[in-house]
Design a protein around this ligand. Structure first.
Ligand SMILES: [Zn+2]
Length: 335
C-alpha cells in the first residue's frame, strides 16, 4: 500500500543530531515537530514520478533533496513534499484540482521551497493561492520563494496569523540566518488575505476550513476535504511513531481539539505537518501522548525531569531530541 515507506524510513534516519537540534532550538526558531514514517492511510500513494525503488529520486528531478508523495482521490491529487532533515521534514501540501493548484505551507528553508515551486510547475497548472496553516517558522520560512515564483498567488491565513508572523518573524529569520546562512529567507512574508471558517469551493474542490486555538500552536488552521474524506490536520496530529511537540503548554485544550477531530468520523485519511499521511488511529495516539505529557509536566519540577520522564514513558518513539526542545520551552516561562 505504501511503496514509499522505506523511502521515508531512510529520510528519518538522517535525523538531526541532538547537539545540532539544540543549537537550532536555541535560535528560537519555533515549535516544530518531529517526523517519522507512519503507517500511512492514504490509498494510492506513490512516490511522484518514481518508477524505480521507493524513495529514489525521480528522473524528472534527479537532484531533488525532498521527497514527494502523491495521493489520488478521483480528479483531485494531493502532492505532499517532505523536506530533508535540516528543513525539519516539514510538509508542503499541493492540492491539484482540475485547473489549478492550491499550496498549503511554504517550508522552512529557501532551497526546499524552490523544489516545491519547481515541482508545482511540472503540474502545468497555475497556483490559485497559497495558504499558511499556522505561524511557526517551519511552515512559512520559504514563502519568500513561493511568492517570488508565483507572483499572482495571494497568501491566505486565518485572521491573527499574519499578526503573529509580522510580530515574531524578523527575530525568527535572524535566528535562521545564523544557522543556515543564505538558505534562510531574507524577508518575512506576511499573509495578505484572510481565510474565513466554513465551506469554500476552490477550483471545484470543496474545503471546510476550521480554526483551532491552543493546541500544538496558539492558532492553527485545519482543512477538511469532505468529498475526498481527507482531514488536513497540519500540526494538530502527530505520527504514532514519533514524539509530539508540547512546548506551547496547551495540554488540556489540545485534548479538546483532538476530541473534536475524532468526532469527524468520515475522515479516514489525515495529512499531518511533518510526516506521511496517517489514519484515524493517529488521533488516539496523539491523545495518549498529550495526556501522558501533561501528567509528566505536572509532576516535573524542571526541564530535565520532564524530558527524561517523557522519553522513558515512550521509549519506542523516535526523535526524542524534540522532547528536549519542548522541555526547554515549557520551563522557560512561568507555569
Ligand atoms: Zn510544524
Amino acid at each position: 500500500m505504501l511503496s514509499s515507506n522505506s523511502g521515508f524510513q531512510r529520510l528519518s534516519q538522517a535525523a538531526l543530531s541532538r547537539s545540532r537540534f539544540l543549537r537550532l532550538a536555541a535560535g528560537a526558531l519555533l515549535p516544530f515537530v518531529g517526523l517519522r514514517p507512519s503507517a500511512a492511510a492514504a490509498r494510492n500513494l506513490e512516490v511522484a514520478q518514481n518508477s524505480g525503488a521507493p524513495g529514489t529520486k525521480d528522473a524528472a528531478a534527479p537532484g531533488r533533496m525532498g521527497t514527494i508523495l502523491v495521493s489520488q482521490f478521483g480528479p483531485v491529487k494531493i502532492h505532499s513534499y517532505l523536506s530533508p532533515a535540516d528543513g525539519f521534514q516539514v510538509n508542503t501540501q499541493m492540492i491539484e484540482g482540475p485547473t489549478a493548484v492550491v499550496i498549503f505551507d511554504g517550508q522552512l528553508l529557501l532551497p526546499y521551497a524552490d523544489e516545491v515551486a519547481s515541482y508545482v510547475q511540472t503540474l502545468g497548472k497555475p497556483v490559485d493561492r497559497i495558504i499558511l496553516s499556522h505561524a511557526h517558522t517551519d511552515h512559512w520560512g520559504g514563502l519568500q520563494i513561493l511568492t517570488e515564483r508565483f507572483p499572482d498567488a495571494r497568501v491566505f491565513a486565518l485572521d491573527g496569523i499574519a499578526d503573529q508572523v509580522r510580530a515574531r518573524g524578523p527575530a525568527r529569520l535572524d535566528g535562521l540566518r545564523r544557522t543556515y546562512g543564505d538558505k534562510a529567507a531574507t524577508k518575512v512574508t506576511v499573509p495578505t488575505e484572510t481565510i474565513t471558517e466554513g465551506l469554500q469551493r476552490i477550483d471545484g474542490v470543496t474545503y471546510d476550513f476550521k480554526r483551532f486555538v491552543d493546541a500544538e500552536s496558539d492558532l492553527q488552521l485545519a482543512a477538511l476535504l469532505p468529498e475526498q474524506k481527507v482531514l488536513m490536520a497540519f500540526d494538530l496530529v502527530f505520527s504514532p511513531n514519533q514524539h509530539a511537540f508540547t512546548g506551547a503548554n496547551h495540554f488540556d485544550h489540545w485534548m479538546i481539539v483532538l476530541e473534536s477531530l475524532k468526532a469527524l468520523q468520515v475522515y479516514d485519511t489525515i495529512t499531518i505537518g511533518h510526516d506521511t499521511p496517517v489514519d484515524r488511529s493517529a488521533i488516539d495516539s496523539t491523545m495518549t501522548y498529550v495526556k501522558r505529557a501533561k501528567e509528566i509536566h505536572a509532576a516535573s519540577a524542571d526541564a530535565k525531569t520532564y524530558s527524561e520522564s517523557l522519553r522513558a514513558a515512550f521509549p519506542n518513539l523516535q526523535h526524542a531530541e524534540w522532547v528536549d526542545l519542548s522541555a526547554k520551552l515549557l520551563y522557560a516561562s512561568p507555569r
